[in-house]
Design a protein around this ligand. Structure first.
Ligand code: ARG
Length: 459
């Protein structure tokens, strides 16, 4: 039989496969709360503008609350034949209250309805991301405070470069996640305009009050162009873009945790809560949560690419292609929230092996730059010459199988006569990090200043 919502001109119902490709209820049921909220705001506005009688609007508003409680209680008869959440809710409303239900869709289309519902949903997710990122940043700042002067190797090319502090490394991620948070805040601001009242595409001849519905739904204002209102999904693309960048940051930190917890590094140990064993190798303690964060991020990046691909080349206004926006954003949001929660848990339970960190920082000629800088400062050498002299000492130490501070003063002087006993002080890793006092540098004082700044901002 033909469709009760739009079947007036149809004699027969859809092919079963048509129904399967067309229906979105299996996933867009997640929008039920937003759909009902939007419909209640719409009905109240229709009454306020005299388009509906108060009694019809009240019956609709009450009936929608019943639908809401049925869905929340888990006894709502979702129907694939009714395609999507919008028609499922409306059909149930009809069954509950009869004739007035048919008046709800006055001056509205599913096109502005879905655009509104989805904006409300994505807006909530932006808020959730902001909250989760704040929690993660607090944990990282606490790690940084604890380890403001724990010395560890800093790497470039994953080769030991210069000593840094654990606190400095943690605060680098705080900066990244802070930018991620501000991207969600920015996206939220731009998406906070209401498409409802755009109707199918051209607006409506009914004397609706779009400012009223926009306000009732917590939007800053109605969208200014009805074609734009029903046909863009840039708010979802922005959310996915912010999620994708945040995911990259999460994945890099996850990768560092995998490396740092390996037997070859042993910088950190994951708590039992965040690791698993092997069913065959009894010694194993695997960083599965970190690995899965690193991997699951692929879903977020994939979702962004998928929706960009759906949207590119779509002519204005609505096309059914846009129904494909939801599963991508749902999956990306779920993945991001799970990854943020897992990272927050892992980082707060992490045990740091400070002796290992310091031993690693002290090997690999990590203070070679300090030696070269000393020659520049104390002996007036041009940096390039100092670099060369230091390089020859590294080669010597490498040949002897020792580190720079193990070389004798005689050996040092053989490379350059200006080298004195005093140079040994800069070859120690603690002096090295303490000397990096430039703004944003790794000196514990600088790190503590950044920790204090962020503690203030996050309080
Ligand atoms: N389920 C649809 C979607 O997600 C709702 C809008 C349908 N509009 C239409 N004209 N078929 O996009």
């Amino acid at each position: 039989s033909s469709n009760a919502m739009w079947g007036g001109r149809f004699a027969a119902g859809p092919d079963a496969i048509m129904e399967a490709i067309n229906a979105s209820i299996s996933f867009d049921k997640r929008l039920y709360a937003q759909d009902i909220r939007g419909s209640r705001a719409h009905a109240a506005m229709l009454a306020a503008t005299g388009i509906l009688t108060n009694s019809d609007a009240e019956a609709i508003g009450e009936g929608l609350l019943t639908v809401l409680s049925e869905i929340e209680a888990g006894d709502f008869p979702f129907s694939t034949a009714l395609e999507d959440i919008h028609m499922n809710v409306e059909a149930r409303l009809k069954a509950l209250i009869g004739e007035p239900a048919g008046r709800l869709h006055t001056a509205r289309s599913r096109n502005d309805q879905v655009a509104t519902d989805f904006r409300l949903w994505v807006r909530d997710q932006a808020d959730a991301a902001i909250t989760s990122l704040t929690a993660l940043m607090k944990v990282l700042v606490a790690q940084a405070e604890k380890g403001a002067d724990w010395v560890m190797p800093g790497f470039t090319h994953l080769q030991t470069a210069q000593p840094v502090t654990w606190g400095h490394h943690m605060m680098a991620y705080v900066e990244m996640f802070a930018r991620d948070r501000s991207r969600f805040e920015d996206a939220r601001k731009r998406m906070n305009e209401c498409p409802l009242g755009s109707a199918a595409l051209a607006g409506t001849g009914f004397p609706i009050d779009r400012h009223m519905t926009a306000q009732a739904l917590g939007f800053d204002r109605p969208m200014a162009n009805s074609l734009d209102g029903v046909s863009d999904r840039d708010f979802a693309l922005e959310f996915l873009s912010a999620a994708a960048i945040c995911s990259v940051h999460l994945s890099r930190l996850a990768e560092e945790l995998v490396i740092w917890s390996s037997a070859q590094f042993r910088f950190v140990a994951m708590s039992d809560k965040w690791s698993t064993g092997s069913s065959i190798m009894p010694q194993k303690r695997n960083p599965d949560a970190a690995e899965l964060i690193r991997a699951k991020i692929g879903r977020v990046l994939g979702a962004a690419v998928a929706l960009f691909t759906v949207m590119k080349g779509l002519p204005l206004a609505y096309s059914k292609d846009m129904q494909e926006d939801k599963e991508q954003v749902f999956d990306a949001a779920d993945t991001l929230m799970l990854a943020l929660a897992a990272m927050t848990g892992m980082m707060s339970d992490l045990t740091v092996n400070t002796a290992k960190l310091e031993a690693a920082a002290s090997s690999g000629f990590s203070t070679a730059t300090d030696l070269a800088d000393w020659l520049v400062r104390e002996a007036g050498l041009p940096f390039r010459d100092a670099h060369h002299v230091t390089g020859s000492l590294v080669a010597l130490a490498e040949k002897k199988g020792c580190d720079l501070p193990d070389l004798s003063l005689e050996e040092l002087k053989s490379a350059h006569p200006a080298l004195t006993e005093a140079v040994y002080s800069v070859l120690g890793v603690h002096n090295s990090v303490a000397s990096r006092q430039s703004y944003g540098g790794t000196a514990p004082d600088q790190v503590r200043a950044q920790v204090a700044r962020w503690q203030g901002l996050l309080a």
